[in-house]
Design a protein around this ligand. Structure first.
Ligand SMILES: [Ca+2]
Length: 291
């Protein structure tokens, strides 16, 4: 009997250890939430370089900051998009593929795709201020004023401490009861997270507490088919101008940067509607001291 009991205990322990090694099982926090389908209208458009393989996009003090990908062509740009004029450029080494970009405090943070390496820059000068590492791929990046929030192609967003880059939490993103895979470029807008879904022209709006998609918009028609060349790629790039409350989007090797307004079924401007009553956290106002 003793040996049988020992065997059962051993088998139970083995099963438990195997379970703990397997992928974590996620569940959707509030599957009854239905995502609202939004419409949009184009307010304005500005030139965007067809050479830029856009991976990260933000606006700070009226200037577009763009991270581009591709081995040998990755860079970080500051662009006066109103004048279509590049103000400054920081090129990445050929072994890095630039990805998501965000501004927290006076530092820009840039991810790389498969190199598990991130870079920190002075937002004014683009001078390199530091390097950090993370596990897995790097896709999109934004922040909530105190934590970096990154995507990696999965259905989870990872919250990182901006000082030691430790993982603070992983948030499962769901639409109803279905995980939303391939979350890509991100933007924190008035207390919510906007995310591109890779290889689609859809942007979803996520409640950062529950992880539920509360709204989504299909931007397939944004770039006319006659303007799509052989190397024109998918929508990727969301930037919110906190000063003008303008939402700008573009895509990889798109010729235009579009200022769009999202509207609900009643025709009301989404940013005004959803913004009311929610904590607004402009990343440049709430910040930790970073050396
Ligand atoms: Ca962005």
């Amino acid at each position: 009997m003793g040996s049988v009991t020992n065997f059962l205990l051993y088998a139970s322990a083995l099963l438990l250890s195997l379970c703990s090694l397997s992928s974590p099982v996620f569940s959707c926090a509030n599957p009854s939430v239905q995502a609202t389908e939004l419409s949009y209208r184009i307010i304005d458009k500005k030139s965007h370089s067809r050479h830029f393989y856009t991976q990260g996009l933000l606006i700070h003090q009226g200037i577009l900051h763009e991270s581009t990908g591709g081995y040998g062509e990755s860079a970080l740009y500051k662009i006066n998009h109103q004048q279509a004029e590049i103000q400054s450029t920081h090129r990445l080494s050929k072994r890095y593929f630039g990805e998501g970009l965000t501004l927290l405090g006076d530092k820009l943070y840039q991810l790389t795709w498969r190199e598990q390496t991130g870079f920190v820059y002075d937002v004014q000068t683009l001078e390199h201020r530091g390097t950090f590492t993370y596990q897995g791929e790097g896709w999109g990046l934004t922040n909530n004023g105190s934590e970096l929030i990154m995507s990696n192609g999965s259905s989870s967003l990872i919250f990182l401490d901006p000082i030691d880059f430790s993982v603070q939490k992983r948030l499962q993103i769901c639409e109803g009861d279905r995980p939303v895979e391939k979350l890509n470029e991100l933007e924190w807008i008035r207390g919510q997270i906007y995310a591109n879904i890779w290889f689609s022209n859809t942007v979803v709006i996520i409640d950062p507490i529950s992880g539920q998609v509360v709204a989504k918009v299909d931007l397939t028609q944004l770039l006319p088919s006659v303007e799509r060349l052989e190397n024109t790629d998918v929508l990727n790039g969301i930037a919110y101008d906190h000063n003008t409350q303008a939402l700008w989007v573009t895509g990889k090797r798109w010729p235009w940067l579009y200022h769009i307004e999202l509207r609900d079924k009643r025709g009301s401007s989404l940013i005004e509607d959803i913004g009311n009553g929610l904590p607004e956290t402009p990343p440049h106002l709430k910040q930790k001291k970073i050396k």
